[in-house]
Design a protein around this ligand. Structure first.
Ligand code: ADP
Ligand code: RBF
Ligand code: MG
Length: 183
């Protein structure tokens, strides 16, 4: 009897562990060197959205103008991506995560490309030109049962992006021509 109980416990424990493993996301994505269709290079003006990113999520996203969004949609599917970004005349190139799509949690009616830059800026930069080099895909867009679950997944995306960009062939793109002559 005790033997059966032990085995049942072991199996349950194993199942729980496997369930945990199944829901754990890889913290680095893509090959060691970016492959086609990457790099995707894009620039566009930062436009206003619903103002939810900073206020509701604590994660501001610079929304790209419609032309840039449409151009990106010609190259890739909707989803979450990572790469490098540069704002206006500032020479610095920062890591970024980009959401391209409909924001299913908020049921948007228009597709939008929005970029969260891993840097704390002193002020907003609406109307300024944003340059991005997209280097890889992280995951598809999802709906969520709570705002916290969405925020949690975005924070994991940020870790995934930072880890994925730390590889030499990805770091190299910080020096891309697109970022050469800002202004
Ligand atoms: P909106 O819906 O108008 O895009 P958000 O709440 O998403 O509003 O805020 C986005 C704005 O916040 C950007 O357009 C930019 O001017 C500013 N901003 C400040 N810090 C960042 C950052 N780290 N990444 C992206 N945008 C930022
Ligand atoms: N919105 C969703 O509805 N589903 C998502 O899976 C999703 N993933 C995102 C991942 C990242 C890295 C970022 C920056 C945004 C994501 N969003 C997603 C968009 C989010 O809803 C949006 O930034 C806010 O609504 C503010 O515009
Ligand atoms: Mg935004």
């Amino acid at each position: 009897m005790n033997y059966i109980k032990t085995k049942v416990f072991e199996l349950t424990h194993l199942n729980c562990k496997m369930a945990q493993l199944d829901t754990t996301r890889p913290l680095i994505v893509g090959p060691d060197v970016p492959v086609s269709p990457y790099p995707i290079k894009m620039k566009g003006e930062v436009v206003r959205g619903f103002g939810r990113g900073g206020k509701e999520l604590g994660i501001p996203t610079a929304n790209l103008q419609e032309e840039a969004t449409e151009a990106l949609c010609k190259d890739v599917e909707t989803g979450i991506y990572f790469g490098w970004a540069q704002v206006g005349n500032d020479h610095t190139v920062y890591p970024m995560v980009m959401s391209l799509g409909w924001n299913p949690y908020f049921k948007n009616e228009k597709r939008i490309a929005e970029v969260h830059i891993m840097h704390t800026f002193p002020e907003d930069f609406y109307g300024v030109e944003l340059r991005v080099v997209v280097l890889g895909y992280i995951r598809p867009e999802q709906d969520y049962s709570s705002l916290d679950a969405l925020i949690n997944d975005i924070n994991i995306d940020i870790q995934v992006a930072n880890n994925s960009l730390a590889r030499p062939a990805y770091t190299e793109y910080k020096k891309d021509q697109l970022f050469g002559i800002p202004g």
